[in-house]
Design a binder for this molecule. Structure first.
Ligand code: NDP
Length: 317
């Protein structure tokens, strides 16, 4: 059982690699720079890595870059994509690697008859900005698709990159008869395996550090649940389509409250700056994810695991 995980150094991918190794898979994983210890040493230390983990060098922007990693694999988990909420050049920094990179990976899959299923890490960013109103009573589900025009209007470039990438992926797999499933997580919290802090954990860190609370509402989910969902979606023959993965949608001020309740000594503001009305929360359906066997970790526990990790690494006191 040989599978490939693109972008293995990342937050979510590192957990996918860990769980795949624990389940006995032989895992190929791609990184841009296999000689950078910050990107790979945590992977090399995973149980089973010595025997069954193989690193490949690949870049989303290079045509054919993934061919050798994918060739001969039964499953491909495509997670690699830049995750940055602030960029100078949205096209070059986010959209090109997300869209061209996804097509690059899928082209390698189309060339390799061994590939039986692709699991693609999309996002709720590609689900919830459809233009339909969102209020606390509204239940968003897998039938929603974000509108590229709305993402552009709101200058949400990361969201645009995920929306365009998922859209391009569905078009490609439909034309090329590839079995693909997408996992669409909310913001991901939890313990990091890799030394570098990713964007969603940075969001929590900013709140801990007392930075102004953004007037934003996002869904949140635990990283281990996200990694498990990828593997269950791969292994379950009857899985299909998209799977939203969110434990709870909260306003950032609620994240601040959770942090204050857990860690009363932190100096965290209790409301957003300014007088603008708070952006509304909404609900995201858990039904499909539960049908895969996901039992959602309560957000308070994911937040605690994130903070405990940051304390262990002396990033927060
Ligand atoms: P990380 O920032 O931890 O990792 C991103 C990965 O993408 C890294 O492995 C990075 O490789 C790779 N990557 C970026 N640009 C390129 C490129 N040009 N060529 C090759 N690889 C590249 O991300 P997360 O684990 O947080 O996210 C992983 C996936 O999950 C992404 O697709 C993201 O959109 C999605 N997602 C994340 C959420 C979150 O809250 N974290 C929420 C919902 C979806 P390298 O190590 O070489 O830099």
């Amino acid at each position: 059982k040989v599978v490939c995980v693109t972008g293995g150094s990342g937050f979510i991918a590192s957990w996918i690699v860990k769980f795949l190794l624990e389940r006995g898979y032989t895992v190929r994983t791609t990184v841009r720079n296999p000689s950078n210890p910050k990107k790979v040493s945590h992977l090399a230390n995973l149980e089973g890595a010595k025997e069954r983990l193989h690193l490949f060098k690949a870049d989303l922007l290079e045509e054919g870059s993934f061919d050798s990693a994918v060739e001969g694999c039964e499953g491909v988990f495509h997670t690699a994509s830049p995750v940055r909420f602030v960029v100078k050049d949205p096209q070059a920094d986010l959209i090109d690697p997300a869209v061209k990179g996804t097509l690059n990976v899928l082209k390698s899959c189309a060339k390799s008859p061994s590939v039986k299923r692709v699991v693609f890490t999309s996002s709720t960013a590609a689900v919830v900005y459809s233009g339909k109103p969102k209020t606390p009573e509204v239940l968003v589900d897998e039938t929603w698709f974000s509108s590229a025009d709305i993402c552009r209007e709101l200058k949400m470039w990361y969201h645009l990159s995920k929306t365009l990438a998922e859209n391009a992926a569905w078009n490609f797999v439909n034309e090329n008869n590839i079995d693909m499933i997408t996992i669409n997580p909310g913001m991901v919290a939890g313990k990091l395996l890799q030394p570098e802090i990713n964007e969603s954990v940075e969001y929590i860190l900013n709140v801990i550090n007392g930075k102004p609370i953004p007037n934003q509402a996002f869904g949140w989910v635990d990283v281990k649940d996200v990694a498990k969902a990828h593997i269950l979606a791969y292994e379950n023959a009857s899985a299909s389509g998209r799977y939203c993965l969110t434990e709870r949608v909260i306003h950032a001020s609620e994240l601040a409250r959770i942090l204050r309740d857990l860690y009363p000594t932190f100096h965290i503001p209790d409301k957003c700056e300014g007088d603008a009305p708070y952006v509304s929360t909404y609900q995201i359906s858990k039904e499909k994810a539960k049908s895969l066997g996901i039992e959602f970790t309560p957000l308070e526990l994911s937040v605690r695991e994130t903070v405990e990790h940051l304390r262990e690494k002396n990033i927060v006191n």
